[in-house]
Design a protein around this ligand. Structure first.
Ligand SMILES: Cc1cc2nc3c(=O)[nH]c(=O)nc-3n(C[C@H](O)[C@H](O)[C@H](O)COP(=O)(O)O)c2cc1C
Length: 276
């Protein structure tokens, strides 16, 4: 497919088409990427997995502090124990491969101790830097894996059961999961998810979101025409009532109104983070 084709499928917003730029297979693949939650039985080669880990750890890292760690869960009992925590997401227990990308603020603090320097890395800065390093490693593995025909699904829901996950994986203080990553060869086609129009998510020279409301209505309508949200997936009808039109923004507003991740802040505070 041309740049114009993949961009239209991703955004459908009538914005820049990329045509005229030199052809680049990787960019076309990135614009066409999709999260994969169902996998064939094929097991990726260990050598390929090693390569993907090397690629992930080649992501840039704040101040060269290198605060990402990658934990692969291979023990069937541990896989099953983690999977059982999230019965609504069976792909967590079933994917052929499962990694956990860790924000690792511990290593730098240990380096400080080993070099006899007063490093306190449980600060907001330490947390933020470690989170970003882990997220960049996660996304680097994602794009590299997808470039080889693999499919992945990041798993941040791990943080909703952080105490149990940390126990299963023996995570020490100052080390926390940013997200898991299910990985395997896709079963089925899936679909490219329509993104918000770029006039909403891009700005030039100054931030301006004055057009949000109208753009959202347009996006909801276009997204609904491609992939309507099935009735049985409408959230919180008891609380908010049945929506006359249940589009993406209605769904996300309802989702975000139910705070997620309540266990995460107390876990972090009890495990070395002061956020000062
Ligand atoms: C940090 C992060 C965490 C995510 N956590 C989950 C998760 O716990 N479970 C899940 O099924 N999908 C998860 N996803 C996948 C998103 O739902 C998915 O990326 C989004 O719906 C957009 O779809 P697309 O990637 O196919 O464009 C996560 C994605 C990211 C980036």
């Amino acid at each position: 497919m041309t740049y114009a084709g993949v961009i239209e499928r991703r955004f459908g917003d009538g914005g820049p088409s990329g045509e005229g730029s030199p052809d680049n297979e990787f960019i076309r693949r990135v614009i066409s990427r999709k999260t994969v939650r169902r996998y064939s039985d094929a097991i990726p080669d260990e050598t390929l997995l090693d390569l993907l880990v090397a690629a992930a750890l080649s992501a840039s890292a704040k101040s060269d502090f290198q605060q990402a760690s990658i934990l692969r869960v291979t023990d069937p009992a541990k896989r099953a124990a983690i999977g059982a925590l999230f019965p609504g997401m069976p792909w967590i227990g079933l994917s052929p491969v499962f990694f956990v990308f860790l924000g690792d603020a511990r290593r730098l603090q240990r380096i400080g101790q080993l070099r006899d320097k007063p490093v306190r890395n449980g600060t907001l800065e330490g947390f933020f830097n470690a989170s970003i390093d882990a997220a960049l490693a996660l996304q680097t593995m994602t794009l590299c894996a997808e470039s080889t025909g693999l499919g992945v699904c990041p798993i941040s829901v791990l943080r909703n059961e952080i105490d149990k996950v940390a126990d299963i994986l023996s995570l020490p203080d100052l080390v926390f999961p940013v997200a898991g990553l299910c990985l395997g060869y896709p079963q089925g086609e899936g679909h490219v998810s329509l993104r918000l129009p770029r006039r909403v998510t891009t700005h030039r020279d100054a931030y301006d979101d004055s057009g949000l409301s109208g753009a959202l209505d347009d996006y909801d309508r276009r997204r609904n025409a491609r992939h309507a949200i099935p009735m049985d997936q409408h959230r919180s009808n008891a609380e908010f009532g049945e929506a006359a039109f249940y589009g993406w923004s209605e769904d996300k507003a309802r989702q975000a109104a139910k705070a997620e991740g309540a266990a995460f802040p107390p876990y972090l505070r009890a495990h070395g983070f002061t956020f000062d």
